[in-house]
Design a protein around this ligand. Structure first.
Ligand SMILES: [Zn+2]
Length: 318
């Protein structure tokens, strides 16, 4: 019998339930929706979660499509799923947990006696730390972003090669290989000896079909590539960035981009222009380094100093 919260499944079975993470302000129990898929044959354990940031719904879209397609009779090993991590933020369609105004992906590995986010991190990490692989489904929030997979342990970490392999297996085409900030699950997982990736499935308000489809394919690639399911995965070379140049606007006005997501940028190319309300050019911003146009703000209006876009730099393929 494998149990996660109130979900428990014998070999060849699956179950859904709730993982209790505390109480809401009215004293009611707060439980995250969870699923356990216990394969008929033995094998590895995959832990997968979505909506660690409450406005990042593409991962929920992936889980909502993958789980009904999984047949425990065909699976070797176990798949543990937390469908919505940032319960409080999800309820109000916000990025951060409104109870403590914290970003969940800075709270790992968590603290069971800490803040609301730390308690949720602790409860989910308790499940994740028994796994052999961790997939933490994110997206570029509501910005526009390419589909990519992040490896956050840093290149000197003992789990780096295994995380890169997992990212390549997921196979979005792009990988960001850069040590992340403290408190990310993609840092805490490798520190516990578990290969961990943070797929970033585009960026949108609500759901983006194309990014969800890539996520579904990525999860299936992992299931086949790590022998949860029969079949092979053809590993494809990934374009890797090892950092970002982030661009803000030097002036206030309206942004017009000169590059599309995924396009190559050379140092000196114009990346975006800013005009005033009457269309008069106020500023033209050029790239500092060669790279790939990676992420862009959604709304055209900017104040001086406000974030505009990111270019992935220090590129190679692996
Ligand atoms: Zn996120």
């Amino acid at each position: 019998m494998i149990t996660l919260g109130t979900a428990s499944a014998a070999p060849g079975e699956m179950d859904v339930g709730r993982l209790e993470v505390g109480e809401s302000r009215d004293g009611g129990s707060v439980g995250l929706p969870v699923a356990v898929i216990n394969g008929a044959s033995s094998g590895k354990t995959l832990y997968m979660q979505a909506a660690s940031d409450g406005d990042e719904l593409n991962g929920v879209g992936v889980i909502q499509r993958v789980v009904p397609q999984l047949d425990p009779a065909e699976i070797s090993g176990t798949i543990l799923v937390v469908g919505i991590v940032n319960y409080h933020a999800f309820q109000v369609a916000q990025h951060r947990n409104p109870i403590d105004d914290t970003k969940m992906n800075r709270a790992y590995p968590g603290d069971e006696r800490g803040t609301s986010s730390e308690r949720i991190a602790a409860a989910t990490f308790a499940a994740a730390r028994d796994a052999d692989l961790i997939v933490d489904l994110h997206q570029g929030s509501t910005s526009r972003m390419i589909d990519e997979v992040r490896v956050r342990c840093g290149r000197h970490h003992r789990m780096h090669a295994k995380c890169l392999r997992l990212a390549k297996t997921f196979g979005c085409g792009y990988v960001l290989d850069q040590k992340g900030p403290d408190g990310q699950l993609a840092r805490a997982g490798p520190d516990a000896g578990i290969p961990t990736i943070d797929p970033e499935l585009g960026g949108c308000v609500g759901w983006d079909e194309e990014s969800i489809e890539k996520g579904v394919r990525g999860v299936y690639n992992v299931l086949r590539g790590y022998d949860f399911l029969d079949g092979d995965v053809e590993l494809e070379a990934q374009t890797r960035a090892r950092g970002f140049d982030q661009y803000g606007s030097p002036v206030g006005g309206l942004v017009r981009f000169k590059r599309d997501l995924g396009e190559r940028v050379s140092a000196g190319d114009v990346v975006f222009e800013v005009t005033d309300v009457f269309g008069k050019l106020k500023a033209r911003v050029t790239a500092d380094h060669d790279g790939i146009f990676w992420r862009a703000r959604r709304l055209p209006q900017v104040a001086s100093g406000e974030y505009v876009c990111s270019v992935g730099i220090d590129l190679d393929t692996y």
